[in-house]
Design a protein around this ligand. Structure first.
Ligand SMILES: NC(=O)c1ccc[n+]([C@@H]2O[C@H](COP(=O)([O-])OP(=O)(O)OC[C@H]3O[C@@H](n4cnc5c(N)ncnc54)[C@H](OP(=O)(O)O)[C@@H]3O)[C@@H](O)[C@H]2O)c1
Length: 330
């Protein structure tokens, strides 16, 4: 993969896989079902021991709890870590509100820094465009924060093709968080930011739906207050039947499902980083196994390539019927 599409900490020596970030949304303990904070802490410490140095968070996650948890691994060797956080989305009581005016973004950044126990961020992003604030105003505020030195880079999230064309024209390699996976097939957005963006894929397992059981498991087992009840894919019969068939094909596959899905995503053109959100140690182990599988099969792409993994090699390693199913989607 091209070097200019990789984001690095100030001291990059220990960042073994700058294209693999750990997302901390579900670690905030809200909306993803029963939660044990000790397990999330273990995830963070183990990831760090495994030389994963890239972590994504947001002030919004768990009302700030994800950032506070993350602060535990930043107490030493801060410069070895690449910490990405976001502003522009806040809780107002039980409601989610957009707040991405320049002043709001600045204030939210200071709050994030305090919770994280750090005096700078490697990356600060507009979480979502605020319908009440022109995107260009939010971006100008981020640029000012970068100039002041308090953030090393600025980025965006959830932009449309139109937004990329309109607001990032003339820019190069701006980090952009893009929701993408075999169900949520956001190919056009990945492509449209080919030059302008460093595409960082969020919700690679569609909030865990892709990894659920062997039956039509959608909302099955999800509690009443689990916010994933609001994700339409969890009750979309076409999607659930497609996952069930995928699971049947995976029964005889020597590579675990988690690895297969991440391999497929990372071999798509213009995917530059992937951000899974494990909240339990066993889930993190699956992510580490994925990285091992990438090494075992020698899948990393060449420096001219537009994706993280070589598409040619990955499509040979994943059994054809599974590759085709993922590529075709529900
Ligand atoms: N910029 C944005 O707007 C935006 C939006 C969404 C996400 N993100 C970022 O992307 C990260 C990941 O997205 P996400 O949490 O929505 O979805 P995800 O990574 O697709 O799914 C996470 C959920 O999948 C389940 N899971 C099962 N096995 C897993 C494994 N081996 N690894 C990871 N998860 C496993 C867990 O739920 P169960 O335990 O219930 O099975 C977990 O909570 C977030 O943490 C956040 O940093 C950013």
């Amino acid at each position: 993969m091209r070097k200019d599409k990789l984001l690095n900490p100030k001291s990059p020596a220990k960042a073994r896989s700058p294209w693999l970030w750990i997302g901390t949304w579900s670690m905030g303990g809200e909306g993803f079902g029963p939660h044990d904070e000790r397990e999330s802490l273990k995830v963070l410490h183990t990831a760090s021991e495994q030389d994963i140095r890239h972590f994504d968070t947001a002030g919004f996650y768990g009302h700030g709890k994800s950032e506070r948890l993350l602060s535990h691994i930043l107490k030493t060797d801060r410069e070895e870590y690449f910490i990405s956080s976001k502003g522009g989305l806040v809780w107002e009581g039980r409601k989610v509100e957009y707040r991405a005016s320049p002043e709001n973004l600045k204030n939210q950044l200071y709050e994030s820094l305090e919770r994280l126990g750090t005096d700078y961020l490697d990356l600060y992003q507009l979480h979502w465009p605020d319908p009440k604030v022109p995107v260009s105003e939010s971006i100008d505020a981020l640029k000012e924060l970068k100039e002041s030195g308090i953030i090393r880079s600025w980025g965006v999230g959830n932009l449309s093709e139109f937004d990329i064309y309109t607001y990032l024209g003339g820019e190069e390699n701006i980090p952009h968080q893009v929701h993408f996976n075999p169900i949520h097939r956001n190919f056009a957005v990945l492509h449209s930011g080919e030059k302008e963006c460093i595409n960082c894929v969020t919700s690679p397992f569609e909030q865990g739906l892709l990894l659920r059981g062997k039956t039509l498991a959608g909302q099955e087992g999800i509690g009443k207050n689990d916010f994933r009840n609001r994700n339409p894919y969890f009750s979309d019969l076409k999607v659930l039947v497609w996952i069930k068939k995928l699971n049947e094909l995976l029964l005889n596959c020597p590579i675990p499902k988690t690895s297969v899905i991440l391999m497929w995503i990372c071999s798509q053109p213009h995917v530059h980083a992937v951000i899974p959100g494990p909240r339990k140690p066993a889930q993190l182990n699956e992510i580490i196994r994925f990285r091992k599988d990438v090494e075992k099969y020698g899948l990393l792409s060449s420096p001219e390539d537009t994706s993280i993994l070589s598409r040619e090699k990955t499509s040979e390693v994943i059994p054809k019927d599974i590759w085709n199913r993922l590529s075709k989607g529900p």
